[in-house]
Design a protein around this ligand. Structure first.
Ligand code: BGC
Length: 343
């Protein structure tokens, strides 16, 4: 553990992990994945996630780069929902809507480092009752663990009142190396035959739509750049991909592979495994042009892609979507794994 600057007079910690050819850096602010080095086809370590050189740059951006987002990831329409019998007003931080838990979500908080080893770190954050409109003190522990060519992220949560629990990791991947340009030449496959279409503000309409016969069909590997500028209204209104896909969920095998991405130049392939009901594929459409990243990199729209494993967006306002309600005192757990190999 070493210092990585300070925020409001509090030291930010950087934790380095290393195992089996992979290495990572985690920051205590936002339980953020700052770097992830993975061997390319020549065996050279390549940093495949976007990040920054300083705490100030993390604080100044609003792209959630590398952060743990919670307690509730993605959008809630009209920044309001009912929890139990109470109507809750949430922070409207994305137009009229709530995005990633509002102005003071867990991505903005200083997490406590609970345990560190060479290959794993556990961080803890308490989201206090009422913050952003959500009830209950909620404790979320996140463990990052490097193991056998993979990064495993494990979530454990408990709240003292009924509340929403739907965290995710908001890393932007560029498998040709962060700062190497856009991800349009990456190929992607998402093992989902349905998705949740959205309105012009990225709020689900409530429909659950088949992907077949549309540009949203990623069941077979597709070069992202071949489809992203298609006139399909779902893509045009979001400036590219920014949707929740619904991978098949099987009771007997809740932890399954939901997505794969291949990079042309580095040869790196990434698999995404999770037990969550949805995955948001976000093609980095809103990264501002000219954003200064770490190690001299300059980012812009589509310089990284996110595969955010989570519940379906706006779930609290759609009784037929998988629930995000966490009952008081009940322990909640989830796992997502990013596995790397070369081809
Ligand atoms: C959302 C995007 C949003 C971005 C913020 C993503 O999770 O899907 O719509 O703009 O977060 O950086």
């Amino acid at each position: 553990m070493e210092p990585f600057g300070s925020l409001n007079n509090t030291q930010i910690d950087l934790i380095r992990l290393e195992n089996g050819g992979l290495s990572a850096e985690i920051l205590s602010c936002g339980a953020t994945l700052r770097s992830l080095r993975v061997p390319d086809r020549e065996g050279r370590p390549l940093d495949v996630v976007l990040g920054f050189d300083s705490v100030e740059e993390y604080a100044a951006q609003d792209c959630y780069i590398g952060a743990t987002v919670g307690p509730n990831a993605n959008r809630i329409g009209g920044a309001a929902c009912t929890i139990g019998k109470t109507r809750r007003r949430l922070d409207a931080n994305d137009g009229k809507n709530n995005l990633h838990s509002g102005f003071a979500g867990m991505d903005r908080q200083l997490w406590e480092v609970m345990a560190v080893s060479e290959e794993a770190v556990t961080l803890l954050c308490t989201h206090p009752d009422g913050r952003g409109g959500l009830p209950g003190d909620l404790n979320l522990a996140v463990t990052y663990w490097l193991d056998e060519g993979a990064l495993l992220i494990e979530y454990r949560a408990v709240s003292e009142r009924d509340t929403l629990c739907n965290p995710t990791n908001h890393s932007y991947f560029n498998l040709d190396g962060q700062g190497s340009g856009d991800i349009l030449a990456h190929r992607i496959q998402i093992a989902a035959d349905r998705f949740t279409p959205t309105d012009a503000h990225s709020i689900p309409t409530g429909a659950i739509q088949a992907v077949s016969g549309s540009v949203m069909d990623l069941t077979q590997p597709v070069r992202i750049g071949d489809r992203i500028d298609d006139p399909e209204p779902q893509l045009r209104q979001a400036g590219g991909y920014d949707h929740n896909w619904i991978p098949e969920q099987r009771e007997d095998e809740p932890f399954r592979r939901v997505a794969q991405v291949w990079a042309a130049r580095s040869g790196i392939r990434m698999e995404v495994w999770t037990d969550r009901p949805g995955v948001q594929f976000y093609s980095g459409n809103y990264i501002p042009a000219g954003l200064k990243g770490k190690d001299g990199a300059v980012y812009g729209p589509r310089s990284g892609l996110c595969l955010e494993t989570q519940a379906w967006p706006d779930a609290p306002n759609h009784p037929d979507f998988p629930a995000t309600l966490l009952r008081a005192g009940k322990e909640w757990q989830s796992r997502t794994l990013y596995r790397f190999s070369v081809e």
